[in-house]
Design a protein around this ligand. Structure first.
Ligand SMILES: Cc1cc2nc3c(=O)[nH]c(=O)nc-3n(C[C@H](O)[C@H](O)[C@H](O)COP(=O)(O)OP(=O)(O)OC[C@H]3O[C@@H](n4cnc5c(N)ncnc54)[C@H](O)[C@@H]3O)c2cc1C
Ligand SMILES: *[C@@H]1O[C@H](CO)[C@@H](O)[C@H](O)[C@H]1NC(C)=O
Length: 420
């Protein structure tokens, strides 16, 4: 039903019947549905799959032409252990649980992944206490196998590495995130979830204590100029809405008329660029290598992909004034080649042999953050009726790293919390 209604957008547009009703919503088709998941990133996919497997009728509304084109394909593809996050935080719980679920999921389905382990390194004596704090935090979070090492031992494991001490995390790894998402989407569809691509949630309004979603074809937004109002072609009336719109989740929530704006946290965005190591016959490292975390990110680290390609990143570049840009998904993902000049000195702290001219611009991603520069790190925020008073609306805010690792755990959590 719904699939058909959205599929017939073109026709609805063609007869332009909504025009006769001015800016109101009268005359626009309305559909009652069970669950709407906004956004087919890795988190939306994991939620949609789990809900569909539990027998719910799920509609995924995604503004892009396919799944996973946002942050979910612009990250380090690292399966995090769960070290960095305050004990009992959602990040700590979902990361540890999500990691276990993810390894099992990938092993059962032959999704490319590898548990290559990671070294967090102190390159100066003054950094060693921070390693001890991370060791304690990770252990409190239930991460198994963490072990402090002398620099000499770490440098025997990784001959190109320079450090004075290292924290070994054997359960960290890497995953092919595209294969993972392809599998989630396939399993969701097999469980009868419907995907509506090229469809954007413009906003919504609360009516009879329920959130009604305003849906439009994405191409109408692309051609949209600010002078005319945005009108939906369809109104969905779901029992349950999961706002997993990633970078747009906050600006979208602001477009839910009747949702108390005081409960919507401030949005901050921080771009992270990657540079790749060129001409590597033999990759210099076989583990993930991370420096001590920096403000806003985990530090310019070494990741390997499953083809052995080495990349360094992501750095942290705060971006301002993106509220409407973010709603329209018009992010700038270009990598400014000049930023490489900051990479060389950072990387040489732990990889002194890095040759001039060996780094090539890679790609970038943007972190959907809830804290700004120099502010304490924020946890994931999952809002429901108790926070905002609207039954059946779940907002997922600030799902930055370790969101990929956490995705299956978030899917299970939300599905268990909102049984049909
Ligand atoms: C630089 C960087 C490195 C990272 N590294 C790691 C890592 O190594 N390990 C890890 O675990 N995590 C990592 N993360 C975090 C991880 O990538 C994210 O937490 C995760 O991808 C978020 O998924 P999502 O589904 O919430 O969001 P997204 O992937 O952004 O998906 C949101 C989707 O919603 C769609 N959408 C937006 N607005 C609308 C609308 N109005 N209507 C319809 N659809 C809409 C978008 O098109 C998009 O497809 C990293 C993040 C960044 C930025
Ligand atoms: C989405 O839009 C793109 C570009 O406009 C088009 O090529 C693609 O076929 C559309 N996909 C779907 C599923 O409608």
């Amino acid at each position: 039903m719904v699939g058909r209604a959205i599929g017939s957008f073109g026709k609805a547009l063609g007869d332009r019947r909504w025009k006769a009703f001015g800016a109101g919503l009268e005359g626009i088709s309305k559909e009652k549905v069970d669950v709407v998941v906004i956004g087919a990133g890795v988190v939306g996919l994991a939620v949609a799959r789990e809900m569909a497997l539990k027998g719910r009728d799920v509609l995924v509304v995604e503004s892009a032409s396919t799944f996973g084109t946002g942050t979910s394909s612009r990250n380090s593809e690292v399966i995090h252990a769960g070290i960095y996050y305050p004990p009992n935080s959602l990040k700590a719980r979902f990361c540890v649980k999500g990691r276990e679920l993810l390894y099992r999921y990938c092993a059962d389905r032959q999704i490319p992944h590898q548990q290559i382990g990671k070294l967090i390194v102190a390159t100066r004596v003054s950094e060693v206490p921070k390693l001890s704090i991370l060791l304690r935090c990770g252990t409190d979070n239930g991460v198994k196998g963490l072990r402090m090492m002398e620099g000499s031992e770490a440098m025997r494991m990784e001959p190109k590495l320079h450090c004075v001490k290292a924290l070994l995390s054997p359960c960290s790894g890497i995953v092919d995130s595209h294969s993972f998402m392809l599998s989630l989407a396939g399993e969701a569809e097999n469980a009868r979830a419907i995907f509506s691509y090229n469809s954007t949630v413009l906003g919504g309004h609360v009516e009879d204590n329920h959130l009604h979603l305003h849906i439009s074809e994405s191409k109408d937004l692309e051609n949209h100029d600010d002078a005319s109002p945005l009108l939906p072609q369809l109104v969905l009336i779901p029992k349950l809405v999961i706002n997993s719109a990633g970078l747009s989740a906050l600006p979208l929530a602001k477009r839910f008329c009747g949702l108390d704006h005081n409960v919507i946290p401030a949005a901050y965005y921080a771009r992270g660029c990657y540079f790749t190591l060129s001409k590597t016959k033999n990759p210099p490292f076989s583990h993930l290598i991370y420096p001590i975390p920096e403000d806003g990110g985990l530090g310019v680290h070494v990741t390997l992909d499953l083809n052995g390609l080495i990349k360094f990143g992501p750095d942290v570049e705060w971006i301002d004034g993106v509220d409407d840009i973010s709603f329209f998904n018009r992010f700038d993902y270009s990598v400014n080649p000049d930023r490489v000049n900051r990479f060389y000195p950072e990387i040489r702290k732990y990889f002194p042999d890095l040759k001039d001219g060996s780094l090539d611009p890679g790609y970038s991603g943007i972190r959907p953050k809830l804290s700004g520069p120099k502010q304490p790190q924020m946890d994931f925020v999952i809002q429901d009726e108790r926070n905002h008073g609207i039954p059946g609306l779940v907002n997922l805010f600030g799902i930055e790293s370790p969101g990929l690792t956490s995705s299956l755990a978030i899917g299970e959590y939300i599905t268990a919390k909102f049984p049909g």
